[in-house]
Design a protein around this ligand. Structure first.
Ligand code: ZN
Length: 147
């Protein structure tokens, strides 16, 4: 409960800031130990943040009626990652069908108990399904879930 509330308040802050690139590279906010729950929360938090960014990119691409590939950002849990992943809107929709699935650049999947597992590995991109604690966070923070 505490974790989700914290996550909620941090994500809410990103709305004020407009965008959240600030957090990428800033280890201070969710920093701390590398192990267990804390790490799962931090990784999930980064992923959720960048999924939100991609949602905006996708919406914008739709508005502009982009037909080719769209430069999405890697949704891996590494706060310093700035990798671009080019996908068509249809491909991204395929990833986003499941609230627990995230788009990552090839080789960027962060896997493990309470972190995630690779469910798809293409030349241009990979898809990670969040499991355990981070799966719950991902689902709770899905921008597309109505409530
Ligand atoms: Zn990455």
């Amino acid at each position: 409960m505490g974790a989700l509330a914290l996550l909620g308040s941090l994500v809410a802050k990103s709305d004020d800031a407009g965008f959240c690139v600030v957090w990428r590279g800033s280890s201070g906010i969710m920093g701390g130990g590398e192990g267990g729950v804390e790490r799962a929360e931090r990784v999930a938090f980064n992923e959720v943040t960048f999924r939100r960014a991609n949602e905006m990119i996708g919406e914008r691409a739709e508005e502009l009626a982009v037909t080719g590939r769209v430069p999405f950002v890697c949704e891996c849990g590494d706060a310093s990652c700035l990798e671009r992943v080019e996908l068509s809107l249809a491909e991204y929709e395929g990833v986003r069908e499941d609230a627990r699935c995230f788009l990552v650049a090839p080789g960027h999947a962060i896997t493990g108990p309470d972190l995630g597992r690779v469910i798809r590995s293409e030349t241009r991109y990979g898809v990670v399904e969040k499991i355990g604690l981070s799966g719950e966070i991902a689902e709770a923070r899905d921008p597309r879930s109505a409530d």
